[in-house]
Design a protein around this ligand. Structure first.
Ligand SMILES: [Zn+2]
Length: 622
């Protein structure tokens, strides 16, 4: 082919050991996009006088070509993505990390105490795993301010320090080094800033392929990945790479969720390198950033993207056009994130609220809302409508000191769902619970969004006494409630199996002995006692053959209406010891008979009344 012929298509060459793939890009990248991305001849030699010049890139190694690609993604985002850059303009001194690792010197990184910040910093999201060593503790703190010895620190942290420097940045934040790990006061004051630390980082280095801090950022590819060498094989190559598992060891880690929500930009390292920001994504195989669903307008955007924008751009989210019947607000995003969070894991179950505290604080600031133990007081009727869902084999560890019974944190790490309703149905605000007062005592006063020692809600609520019926059979086989109820009543039967409760029960009307609704219990109910501290949910504590019945109170929290049909949600409550006005939550009741909660004129003596009938009173939930 001579020089007058059409230019060769741009070729992106991927080297994997001794195999080489050339990805021809013209078929899916317009020429002007190359220019707008700032791709130079060096990257895409289609207009080069030297068509043989190719970009060689070693997948998932720290090659100079990989660094070029990362720089390209970063500059494209920082220069052109307005939504991704929303946070960096307004950093206040109180958001500053107390310390950062200064990585400028290749052999002598050190901890720098920050009084001001004139340059951007990066943050690392990674998994500690077993055998975490070398972190900052009191006795090493002074020495680390002169030098953090690279040979003694975990490989993932070392790699992240090198990448930061090689990409041209001066500062990196890593929790294990920037927080003094054996200083509880330092931990409490820095943990409350975690949200800000990730929010204001220029981008996060996301060590998705590192099963522990010792694994390093760069993983070897599986040998079975084959790369084609012809034009026809390009599609196959892409499909093979896309379908090859690239494990994400961080996805299941509870602490990482808020880091992910708050990081507008993420450079991930696994079997290959990838980029994800609020507006685009790219990876080594598809290196040209592709637009993502915008949470501003698109209901299909991920919940993580939606909550990020509810925090970073609340006014624009408010102004975004929505269907009038669709409730799609900041609290709904929070509930969706709590559901995602509930399936992640934590080393310490007492971290359940602290690991979301950064998100809670920022959402509270963005909307002036009131947060208490994982719930939003401004949206209490829906906040209280959580339940323990099935499809989770983890043990339920219920401990009285974890959180008040009305908080989802009280049931530890188990799968949580918030009740959902048919589309186009309307929330009937006037009929549900009304908050009069909320008070919570945090375990660490420095972090009011963290663990809660004691929490009380004073509410006005419509109550009705009823019989709760449950059995071991219900728990193990909720799809056949009629086996003990003699009723074909089924709300849960119509829902997706994954939405069904883990511990099932029924509510029976005291007078008529009719089944009135279905119950999702928060934990199995002991025959004599509500819960046992440190309870293991896999143990059989309800009688096997017979059903268990006990008197409970039902308190209506929420009513949803679709045409003439009503969907009611109530709390199942029991009295706290002998106190008449103080109640604990046992579970959530789903029912459809609105008349059952209509005030009854025959009930005069309210809480002391033995017979059925609904009435409104002020009680305390603990
Ligand atoms: Zn971006």
């Amino acid at each position: 082919m001579d020089g007058a012929a059409a230019p060769s298509p741009p070729t992106y060459q991927i080297q994997h050991h001794d195999k080489i793939t050339r990805l021809r890009l013209t078929s899916f990248i317009p020429l002007d996009l190359h220019r707008s991305l700032g791709l130079s001849r060096r990257h895409f030699p289609h207009s080069s006088n030297n068509p043989s010049k190719k970009l060689a890139m070693v997948i998932s190694g720290c090659s100079s070509e990989n660094l070029d690609l990362a720089r390209l993604w970063i500059s494209q985002c920082t220069q052109h993505h307005e939504l991704c850059g929303l946070v960096n303009s307004s950093m206040q001194p109180q958001h500053l990390p107390k310390r950062l690792i200064n990585v400028q010197n290749a052999t002598r990184p050190f901890l720098q105490v920050m009084n001001e910040l004139s340059e951007p910093y990066l943050a690392l999201s990674y998994r500690w795993g077993e055998n975490m060593t070398g972190q900052t503790v009191k006795c090493r703190y002074e020495a680390f301010q002169h030098c953090i010895p690279l040979s003694n620190i975990p490989l993932t942290c070392r790699d992240a320090i090198q990448i930061t420097r090689m990409l041209g940045y001066k500062y990196l934040w890593i929790d294990a080094f920037c927080i003094i790990q054996d200083d509880e006061t330092d931990k409490a004051s820095e943990l409350v800033k975690m949200g800000d630390i990730y929010r204001y980082a220029l981008f996060t280095i996301y060590a998705k392929g590192s099963s522990s801090s010792q694994s390093g950022l760069f993983l070897q590819q599986d040998d079975h990945i084959k790369f084609g060498t012809t034009k026809q094989s390009i599609g196959i190559t892409k499909a093979t790479l896309a379908s090859t598992s690239d494990p994400d060891y961080l996805q299941e880690r509870g602490w990482v969720l808020q880091e992910t929500v708050l990081s507008s930009r993420r450079l991930a390292f696994g079997k290959w390198m990838s980029w994800k920001c609020t507006m685009a994504r790219a990876d080594e195989v598809n290196p040209i950033p592709r637009a993502r669903h915008s949470a501003l307008t698109d209901g299909f955007a991920s919940e993580i993207e939606k909550l990020r924008l509810w925090i970073l751009a609340p006014n624009r989210m408010m102004a975004a056009p929505r269907q009038s019947w669709l409730r799609w607000n900041q609290f709904d995003s929070w509930y969706a994130i709590v559901e995602i969070y509930s399936v992640t894991n934590l080393t310490y179950v007492l971290d359940n609220l602290p690991a979301l505290s950064g998100l809670a604080e920022l959402l509270q600031q963005a909307h002036g809302a009131t947060y208490a133990a994982g719930l939003w007081m401004d949206d209490l009727q829906v906040s209280l409508a959580w339940y323990v869902a099935s499809n989770d084999n983890r043990k339920v560890s219920w401990r009285k000191d974890m959180a008040p019974s009305w908080s989802w944190a009280a049931v530890g790490k188990t799968r949580i769902k918030f009740r959902s309703w048919p589309s186009r149905s309307i929330h009937v605000i006037s009929e549900g619970v009304e908050l009069l007062e909320a008070s919570c005592v945090p375990v660490a006063p420095l972090n009011p969004y963290g663990a809660i020692k004691k929490g009380t809600l004073k509410v006005r609520i419509r109550l009705r006494k009823a019989i709760l019926r449950c059995s071991a059979g219900y728990t193990s086989n909720p799809s056949e409630p009629s086996s003990i109820s003699g009723s074909d009543y089924s709300l849960f039967g119509n829902t997706d199996k994954r939405e069904q409760p883990r511990y099932f029960g029924l509510i029976i009307d005291i007078d008529s002995n009719q089944v009135k609704g279905e119950v999702a219990l928060d934990a199995p109910i002991h025959i004599n006692k509500r819960h046992v501290d440190g309870l293991d949910g896999s143990q059989e504590i309800m009688p096997n053959s017979s059903s268990l019945e006990r008197e409970v109170w039902c308190g209506i929290v929420h009513v949803q209406r679709l045409d003439e049909r009503y969907f009611l949600t109530a709390l199942i409550l029991e009295r706290e010891s002998d106190s008449v006005l103080v109640f604990r939550r046992l579970g959530l009741l789903f029912l459809t008979d609105r008349l059952w909660f209509d005030p009854s004129s025959s009930v005069l003596n309210k809480l002391d009344e033995r017979a059925g009938g609904a009435f409104t009173d002020v009680i305390e939930l603990v």
